[in-house]
Design a protein around this ligand. Structure first.
Ligand code: MN
Length: 233
């Protein structure tokens, strides 16, 4: 029992860091929408638009511990649960109005994440001009693998990004096809919110998003980072 709080506060959500005992405590989860041209096209859009963002609560994170397959329940209310494999940026030093040229100084590391999406609910909200929360920010919607320190991650801006479901290719592209690259995304994002240590940025997904069902196993990666493995329970 806590004397100070009305009830015991929830534990801090954290992500393991490759080669380190200390974990990365999560503050906020920002996500970039339609940030690969071929994915924008498959969602019915074309052309370069200014980046736009949505958020997921920190406690939607599902951690895939190193060498393990995480398990997430199939969520309620949907019959069209989609995978979106994404390069995730972990912010180590906060700031606002960060220029793209200075963005690297703010990056702690990188991970592979899944922006899981109740596509049918998101689509209905889009049609009605309502917020995406119910489609995007549901419980367990932000699986993530271990974070690799930026200095050890290689050239993530030119790394292959891929996802297999039950061993078959679903998504395969390269992070160099991001419409707004990592540095530009940090510039735009930090103009709208003051970034804090512990923030995660899901940078967007390439084409090939599709449905998964109970019993499926998803394995995804970004070259140079620890892959993520997750099953749908
Ligand atoms: Mn996404």
């Amino acid at each position: 029992m806590s004397e100070h709080y009305a009830f015991t506060p929830p534990a801090t959500v954290s992500v393991p860091v490759v080669g380190r005992a200390q974990r990365f405590p999560v503050h906020r989860i920002y996500c970039v929408g339609r940030n690969y041209e071929e994915h924008a096209k498959e969602m019915g859009f074309t052309g370069r638009e200014p980046p736009f963002f949505f958020l997921k609560p920190a406690d939607t994170v599902v951690v895939a511990e190193p060498g393990q397959t995480a398990s997430t329940p199939y969520p309620s209310l949907t019959s069209n649960l989609h995978h979106e494999i994404e390069l995730v940026v972990a912010i180590g030093t906060g700031g606002k109005n960060i220029q793209a040229a200075d963005a690297a100084k703010h990056i702690y590391g990188y991970a592979v994440g899944l922006d899981m999406t109740r596509r049918d609910l998101q689509g209905e909200m889009k049609k009605q001009g309502r917020p995406w929360c119910i489609g995007k920010a549901y419980d367990h919607s932000a699986p993530i693998g271990p974070i690799t320190l930026a200095a050890e991650a290689g050239d993530v801006n030119n790394a292959a990004i891929w996802l297999q479901v039950n061993g078959s290719d679903r998504q395969r592209s390269n992070a160099n096809k991001l419409i707004w690259n990592v540095a530009e995304t940090i510039e735009h994002l930090s103009a709208a919110w003051e970034l804090q240590p512990g923030d995660l940025i899901y940078t967007g997904t390439p084409e090939g998003v599709n449905a998964v069902v109970r019993g499926d196993t998803l394995v995804g990666g970004v070259d140079g980072l620890t892959p993520i493995s997750m099953s749908i329970g």
